[in-house]
Design a protein around this ligand. Structure first.
Ligand SMILES: *Cc1c(COP(=O)(O)O)cnc(C)c1O
Length: 433
């Protein structure tokens, strides 16, 4: 072992100055074990680690890099914007351009506000929903992630009459006492929760296609019921499309549901990831009547020093322009589907229980015979086998999420050759599972 592992050296060094060596926990490889890869640079569908080893990247910064890394048009827009100034704390025309672009792509939006992270957008949307309804209680679902605002770091309590328990130290029980946590895709629980608390519920927040418990779709009847019960009880339906927005389709997951449920739309939408194209940018939006409750027009306070940052908005605009080109999502969806089909076939040939699903440029797979419908079912996956799969792929230059409860992402830069290389690697790993 003559070669010192440069990733390990960086990890050792990082842990002396940064808690756990990382600035966001999943990066530390704690679930799968081993040494995180420190990224040196990335281009297209690939990145290179500290050792100079190349990986095919199926994380893409957890979703934003839908065009792959270093897309020339995006890079040029960012460089040009940077030359004109990094941040002004005053309005710019580019913010209007981005707001108008987002609104034009998502029919449920009449107005948006730009912020800097998905966490901030989700937290602000909840404040807005509470301000708009004059109610305190919110519904979320186990396994959905909406960022790390205090009121959202909560797991189910002992029953539907009780509210959630904090999942993080530092969150006082009083802060989550208004958060009700339900099982995803459980119609009976949903009906019961509204029967008990309907008049007190400000909003129901949901990932329509959940990407933070791997990849789990809300069923059509469940989504339809969410919409009906919110409308009937005067609660707002809030779609967290930070991951799915501009990723599963140009119009987001809501456009996918609207295909089967005509006229379907959420009241508020939370966005992030792809709209920043890899820069810190997120947004939330909805109808004019609700959005005009925000300061400076209305009583709901919300602000941000770097909100609508000129370099980030340039990056987001250039990204949205590329993905709006005719045929973009058809090609991306086909590429993602060919990966998923290839993995399924390789697993079946090796006799490995395997299920997988995808929509647009987002996918998920499970070492389970059938697609799970909720968090409890997702967590029935054997983590030791997932970890063996993860490390087997990593050793072969394929970088998937280092935890079994994360989704995966394909970019328009991934070629058929990248997919074939991935499936070939998976075939070798499946044979040993
Ligand atoms: C990533 C994510 C967030 C949080 O966004 P950050 O930018 O990491 O704060 C919120 N909701 C969903 C669905 C996400 O995937």
């Amino acid at each position: 072992m003559g070669n010192p592992d440069l990733n390990q050296q960086l990890f050792d060094r990082a842990r002396r100055s940064i808690p756990g060596g990382v600035n966001s926990p999943v990066r530390a490889f704690k679930a799968v074990g081993g040494t995180p890869r420190f990224v040196q640079r990335a281009q297209g569908p690939h990145f290179w680690d500290a050792q100079g080893t190349r990986y095919i990247d199926y994380i893409g910064s957890w979703g934003p890099m839908i065009l792959g890394h270093g897309h020339p048009a995006v890079l040029e827009a960012v460089l040009r914007a940077a030359q004109d100034g990094f941040s002004f704390g005053a309005p710019t025309e580019r913010e209007i351009d981005l707001a108008e672009t987002i609104i034009s792509l998502v029919p449920s939006l009449e107005m948006v506000r730009l912020v800097s992270s998905g966490t901030e957008a989700a937290m602000s949307a909840i404040r807005l929903a509470r301000g708009a309804t004059g109610r305190s209680k919110i519904i979320k679902f186990e396994g959905c992630y909406h960022g790390h605002a205090d009121a959202l770091l909560v797991k189910a309590g002992s029953g539907l009459a009780t509210f959630g328990n904090p999942t993080s130290a530092g969150v006082p029980p009083e802060v989550v006492q208004h958060t009700l946590v339900l099982e995803y895709n459980n119609l009976a629980q949903l009906e019961q929760a509204f029967a008990l608390h309907g008049q007190d519920i400000a909003c129901l927040m949901i990932e329509p296609i959940a990407g933070n418990m791997n990849f789990v779709r809300a069923s059509l009847p469940f989504m339809k019921k969410c919409r009906e019960l919110c409308t009937k009880n005067g609660a707002l339906l809030v779609f967290d499309e930070v991951m799915t927005g501009f990723r599963v389709a140009l119009g987001g997951a809501q456009s996918v549901y609207a295909k089967s449920l005509p006229g379907f739309a959420p009241d508020l939408t939370v966005m992030g990831k792809v709209i920043g194209g890899g820069m810190p940018l997120a947004a939330f939006g909805g109808s004019r009547a609700i959005m005009e409750l925000l300061a400076p027009l209305g009583p709901v306070y919300q602000a941000g020093t770097l909100s609508g940052n000129p370099v980030a908005t340039a990056c987001g605009l250039a990204t949205l322009k590329e993905i709006s080109r005719p045929g973009f999502f058809e090609t991306l969806s086909a590429r993602t589907a060919s990966l998923v089909e290839g993995l399924k076939y390789a697993a079946s040939q090796a006799g490995v229980a395997f299920s997988a699903d995808c929509e647009g440029g987002m996918f998920g797979f499970f070492l389970l015979p059938e697609l799970p419908q909720n968090y409890t079912q997702v967590m029935r996956s054997e983590s030791a086998r997932f970890n063996a799969l993860f490390h087997g792929l990593l050793d072969r230059g394929i970088y998937i999420a280092p935890a079994l409860y994360e989704a995966g992402f394909v970019s328009s830069a991934h070629t058929e050759a990248d997919i074939a290389e991935t499936v070939a690697a998976a075939r070798q790993v499946f044979a040993k599972l």
